[in-house]
Design a protein around this ligand. Structure first.
Ligand code: APR
Ligand code: PHB
Length: 389
């Protein structure tokens, strides 16, 4: 088989890149290790920057997003027993974010790809990248049969645990990592949200987040130790703990109910440099991971895709590799700003026992300064809605 761009991974990065390339007639094949059902079964974050919404529109996959997505003009920080609203729209000259589950984004992009009859090979095993410094090709097994795909380029959209980054020669890659000493225990429940906007809570018992998927479906998180087991958390224990970490009036507004999804995610910051190796380009989680506190994971994947799409479009239309040559530096410049912001939000809002009372006082001072300074609130707001591409 031959194609122009071979995409490894059918997550948001791979699907969005495939759709954008399809709009300009560039052929792609996606190789996905898991089944379609497994990919759609993943529960991930759900806050989209306007740039991400615009890209999904350009890919022709934003109809449901426009119909069901929830525009949000603010978020609240909860500390000292009360809510402190950050007016994102007022502070950024009219910008907002859209709450819409990543699972829905993935579903919309998959539906679009299938409707166009584009090739995705699910349960592609043993994907291996070859000669991406010369004439690239990829091999894989499917139903016990070995296959080869020759291509012009490989887009490594296969996430943190994928094969693409691991295929880069030893020493050609520099990585940066910070692992946080806690995780997020998250639940999904078919109950109305506690508030019409997101609430990020700093509490002496630990961080909590009140989010949502729709007016009828809530998404909540509480900080737990890194080695915590989800089996130790009944729904009752979760609701009790969540309420203890929220201001009284917010806690009273929490509607409890049976969770239909409950899981613990570890938190890490990770960046791999560079993001290009000859004809191989790393995209999204394959190149970087951020703690979900800043809701940047999906949005960074989208900006990587935008830069790579622009480079591939220039190559196929004009024969120039200038934008492809600039991809890594351009993507990393935005990645590191989002990594900083996500680290900052995480450091400000979570409990770090090892930093002691001094660290606690610094957090309190940071929060007090943040909600009482227009400059500080504006800095949070412009990062949260998304820095320019
Ligand atoms: N071969 C083929 N496919 C693979 C391989 C492999 N060796 N390894 C992983 N994959 C697939 C995974 O099964 C997954 O479907 O690659 C896809 C990677 O998708 P994501 O991990 O969702 O990464 P990305 O598309 O970059 O999206 C980033 O997802 O994890 C969240 O917070 C993150 O919101 C961000 C978004
Ligand atoms: C979510 O709704 O899952 C969510 C929202 C905001 C975050 C993280 C997760 O910062």
């Amino acid at each position: 088989m031959r194609t122009q761009v071979l995409i490894v991974g059918s997550g948001p990065s791979g699907l969005l890149l495939g759709q954008l390339l399809a709009t300009i007639g560039i052929e792609t094949v996606i190789l996905e290790r898991s089944s379609r059902e497994h990919v759609l079964g993943r529960v991930r974050a759900g806050v989209l920057e306007q740039g991400t919404v615009d890209l999904l529109g350009e890919a022709g996959a934003a109809a449901r997003l426009h119909a069901e997505g929830l525009p949000h003009s603010g978020i609240s920080l909860a500390f000292d027993g009360r809510l402190h609203r950050i007016d994102l729209t007022a502070l950024t000259g009219g910008k907002h974010v859209t709450v819409y589950g990543q699972t829905e984004v993935t579903h919309d992009l998959m539906d679009k790809r299938e409707a166009a009859g584009l090739v995705t090979v699910y349960e592609a095993a043993n994907v291996a990248l070859h000669d991406f410094d010369g004439t690239p090709f990829v091999t894989y097994d499917n139903d016990g049969v070995g296959h080869r795909v020759d291509c012009d380029f490989i887009a490594g959209c296969d996430g943190y645990h994928g094969v693409s980054r691991r295929s880069v020669p030893e020493g050609a890659l520099k990585t940066f990592e910070r692992i946080y000493p806690f995780g997020w225990l998250g639940v999904l429940a078919e109950v109305p949200p506690a508030d019409h906007e997101l609430i990020y809570a700093n509490h002496e018992r630990g961080f909590a987040l009140c989010s949502m998927r729709s007016p009828r479906r809530s998404r909540y998180y509480v900080q737990v130790p890194a080695d915590e087991r989800v089996e130790a958390w009944s729904d009752d224990r979760f609701w009790e703990e969540l309420r203890q970490r929220l201001p009284p009036q917010t806690a009273a507004a929490v509607t409890t109910g049976p969770s239909f999804e409950k899981s613990i995610a570890p938190l890490r910051s990770f960046v791999a440099e560079p993001m290009r190796f000859g004809r191989l380009f790393l995209v999204g989680d394959a190149a970087h991971i951020v703690p979900p506190t800043g809701a940047k994971g999906l949005n960074l994947a989208a900006s990587d895709v935008r830069y790579l799409f622009a480079g591939l479009r220039e190559f196929y239309r004009e024969g120039s590799e200038a934008a492809l040559d600039a991809y890594s530096a351009k993507a990393l410049a935005r990645v590191w700003k989002a990594v900083r912001f996500s680290w900052w939000m995480t450091t400000m809002l979570h409990r770090f026992p090892e930093t002691g009372e001094f660290g606690q006082r610094i957090q309190e001072a940071e929060l007090d300064y943040l909600v009482n300074s227009q400059a500080a609130s504006t800095a949070l707001a412009e990062n949260y809605v998304g820095l320019p591409y």
